[in-house]
Design a protein around this ligand. Sequence first.
Ligand SMILES: [Zn+2]
Ligand SMILES: [Zn+2]
Length: 375
Amino acid sequence: MVRSKNLKVRNIRAAVLRKKGGPLKIETLSMEGPQDTEVLIRTVASGVCHTDISMVHHWEKADGPQVLGHEGAGIVELIGKKVKAVRPGDHVVLSYQSCGTCRPCKSGRPTRCRRFYELNFGFHRLDGSNALEPSGVHGHFFGQSSFSSHILATERNIVKVSKKLPLSILAPLGCGIQTGAGTVMNTLHVQRGASIAIFGTGAVGLAAVMAARIVHAYPIIGVDITPSRLKLALELGATHIINSRINDVASGINKIIAGGVDYVLEITGNHRMLQLAIEVIKKRGTAAFFTGDGVPDFVPKGKKAVAVIEGDSVPQLFIPKLIKLYLSGKFPFDRLLKLYNFKDINRAMKDSRNGKTIKPVLCIGNEKGQSGYGH
Ligand SMILES: [Zn+2]
Ligand SMILES: [Zn+2]
């Protein structure tokens, strides 16, 4: 691991993963930074995403201790010499990291960054160093590690937002919500009157349902096994719902729209649903799959399967757009959220895993004033 020189070290409080399956424990750590291109943010809130939970359950000893969290929001405390986009006191929402110099980044497609995997799952900075090295803990998850009192980010993965909106509401926009809405609006460009089925009505799926309503898709079919989520899908824009535990999905969709749907979003990761997604799209239809879940081995000629990353969203463009839609009442994503105290992080993860909570948000610091953690 590369060690940065001559950087200030401060104490932070962060939830550390040291054991497969958790629990995460809140510890005091030493953090070095910010570097010239970095922004030090005092965390106010962080969403909990399924990727965080999956990391906890796939952790191995060789991974070493980690700080997870990648839907942070907070207040800028310090900026490096080369930072221009924000100033201390600005409110920011954090998103995924990208390098900014590869061809996809240069052409405005940061989700296709050649270093995407490394920068979001590699637990280090662009230069290979790690700000939590003095404590022997790995940080920089998605260029943030937001389960922490402080975050080090760069201009590339922060979005300046209005101070009028609570950061605890805005936090989850940076991953799950932008992924669901972005898949409908940026990846698939779903048009008015196009038919769409959404397999899995968790946070990503419900964001997709709301986006499908905004673009006037029809029908919008929500598929899930949890009645409470299906009910919410109906309230947020689904025109039809199918409980896949009770009903056959393929015949259910065929009854609603003969010949299949134009689009399917497969968010469950369930093997049977993966194949079904391809089956229920009509000829020339597209099925969208999400990173980690893979794409089915066999896709018949004429049908299309796409692997989606973060809904092909450019955070600095798409997050302000989602906030605007939220303020106009068309995108009430706040209905998916439940707030938890930071110390209850393990309960928040459990509630998300068993479907009790759609999108947990951890309240980590105060919206105003100091965090109270030492520097
Ligand atoms: Zn790049
Ligand atoms: Zn995520």
